[in-house]
Design a protein around this ligand. Structure first.
Ligand SMILES: Cc1cc2nc3c(=O)[nH]c(=O)nc-3n(C[C@H](O)[C@H](O)[C@H](O)COP(=O)(O)O)c2cc1C
Length: 180
């Protein structure tokens, strides 16, 4: 029986805050369903104590084709525990702005992460992120504008475009809440 003091841990790895907002939206759905959750940033220094939590949600954004190293470390370190508790993986990226890419089988980065870690989360959501050009430094802005040019996306370096389907995020939270 889970200890009633245990919470669901929602960890986000975020560079410009968008994945944090997604994690907070999932947490709000958990709270609405009466499921206590803790939201925290995932960093290289993050230490998870499985005795304090009865489930885990991981929200990670793609950066230059990769998820944060800390996400791989976390899953590797706690794989045995993760296989026994309710889990949710939310991946955040610009490639997922195309609806046909929003599944773990069609979204390359998500597929590679699951293959590499060997983890099968109870729930997976592939979510579209945001373009926030004004927040990027010169290098990142130049690279992202070039990628967007190739991909037929927004190239105006002053624009902010949110591709996230927030109802998809809320639904992922509601589905996860039912599993918790
Ligand atoms: C420097 C940089 C690199 C990125 N690289 C990729 C990428 O390789 N593939 C992709 O689909 N999205 C990429 N993105 C898009 C981010 O995943 C998206 O903007 C997301 O919303 C960022 O969330 P965050 O603020 O939580 O980090 C990149 C964004 C930035 C700023």
């Amino acid at each position: 029986m889970p200890d009633s003091a245990q919470t669901i841990l929602l960890l986000y790895s975020s560079r410009f805050g968008h994945s944090r907002r997604i994690a907070e939206t999932v947490a709000a759905e958990l709270a609405a369903a009466g499921v206590a959750a803790e939201v925290a940033e995932l960093t290289d220094a993050t230490v998870v104590d499985p005795t304090r939590h009865r489930g885990l949600g991981l929200v990670i954004s793609v950066r230059y084709g990769h998820f944060a190293r800390a996400a791989f470390r976390l899953v590797k370190a706690h794989k045995a525990w993760l296989d026994t508790v309710p889990t949710l993986l939310v991946t955040v990226s610009l490639t997922a702005r195309k609806p046909e890419k929003r599944s773990p089988t069609t979204h390359l980065y998500t597929r590679k992460f699951l293959k590499k870690t060997g983890w099968t989360p109870g729930n997976v959501a592939v979510v579209a992120g945001a373009l926030q050009y004004p927040l990027y430094n010169f290098f990142d802005k130049t690279c992202i504008r070039f990628i967007m040019l190739l991909m037929g996306g927004e190239t105006d370096g002053k624009s902010v475009v949110e591709y996230t389907d927030w109802e998809q995020v809320r639904e992922a939270g509601r589905v996860f809440a039912r599993a918790c």
